[in-house]
Design a protein around this ligand. Structure first.
Ligand code: SF4
Length: 302
């Protein structure tokens, strides 16, 4: 059977499509992004605003069975069990240079803008050991790369698991990225020390989404600095701004981060309209601008 994959808008290699590719290749099917005359099509949409981009599939391929998923299309949809448990087929993304996967699912929190608790439930490990997790994430691509991008939504929710997974990563001499960020409210001395030992692929990412946990963010920054993590150059703090009504609060959070020598990165809610000042705020958190000028001066000039 010919199976066509459609990746509408993923910013990183799409894990679900890689698992689907593994499953169908294992069944002897021809699978990929340029397969002609498909009998089955899987499309993935990450962002809601791109939903319309799969509308034409039913007209283009009237005889094919079409399966559309992704958080931008249906946040409740999950892969069938037999596909979810596949290791990824990294070969469908020729530029892929790292392993990707989850070692846990779910989250202990319930942030109003986040789909994770609704889709994945409470935090839980999905492997019995870190070795099993990483071996499964590698699949048949043993020895290809020395870096892994973990997509866990809140791995610090289980400190013991974080320590085990990160120890396994260090023993393999890999670099790592915690793609979804690390929950600074759960940081302690031991975790900060571990972050100083690990080799990041990119910056360590944290969030300062709400002023209600300002103290935890400030204390967390102090802990990172005290344990040898280069906060200014090696960390990034997402500042969520739901819409224009949160502008002042977002500015406050950015300024507090700047006072602590920590880089802010404003994340706007993509579902809400932006305004002139929220767009300026987002632009302001580009590092070269953020470090040199205050938002009020930037707005005047922008
Ligand atoms: S901590 Fe992160 S993953 Fe958990 S609910 Fe909040 S935004 Fe979602």
């Amino acid at each position: 059977m010919n199976v066509l994959l459609v990746d509408v808008d993923s910013k990183i290699p799409n894990l679900a499509l890689m698992k689907i590719a593994s499953y169908h290749r294992g069944m002897g099917d021809t699978v990929g992004f340029r397969v002609s005359d498909p009998k089955k099509i899987y499309a993935s949409v990450v962002s809601k605003k791109n939903r319309h981009r799969v509308d034409g599939l039913r007209f283009l391929y009237p005889d094919a069975e079409i399966d559309i998923g992704g958080t931008g299309y249906d946040i409740h949809k999950v892969l069938p069990e037999e596909i979810e448990h596949q290791s990824p087929d990294y070969s469908i993304y020729v530029d892929c240079d790292r392993y990707l996967g989850f070692t846990s699912r779910g989250c202990i929190r319930n942030c109003p803008f986040c789909y994770v608790p609704k889709k994945e439930g409470r935090f839980h490990r999905i492997y019995d050991s870190a070795k099993e997790a990483l071996d499964h994430i590698i699949g048949n691509f043993v020895g290809r790369w020395k870096q892994v991008e973990l997509l866990d939504n809140n791995i610090l929710a289980d400190k013991e698991w974080f320590m085990e997974v990160s120890q396994e990563i260090m023993s393999r001499e890999w670099r790592v990225d915690f793609n979804q960020g690390l929950d600074i409210r759960l940081l302690d001395e031991e975790i900060a020390q571990r972050l100083a030992e690990l080799r990041p692929i990119r910056d360590w990412k944290f969030a300062f989404d709400n002023s209600s946990y300002e103290k935890a963010v400030m204390d967390g920054i102090d802990l990172l600095n005290a344990n040898g993590v280069d906060v200014r150059n090696r960390c990034l703090f997402y500042v969520y701004c739901d819409g224009d009504y949160q502008y002042d609060d977002a500015v406050y959070r950015c300024r507090r981060l700047k006072e602590k020598n920590a880089l802010a990165y404003v994340m706007m809610n993509a579902e809400n309209n932006t305004t002139k000042r929220t767009r300026a705020l987002k632009r302001w958190t580009r590092p070269q601008i953020f470090w040199t000028i205050d938002i009020d001066d930037y707005k005047v000039r922008a």
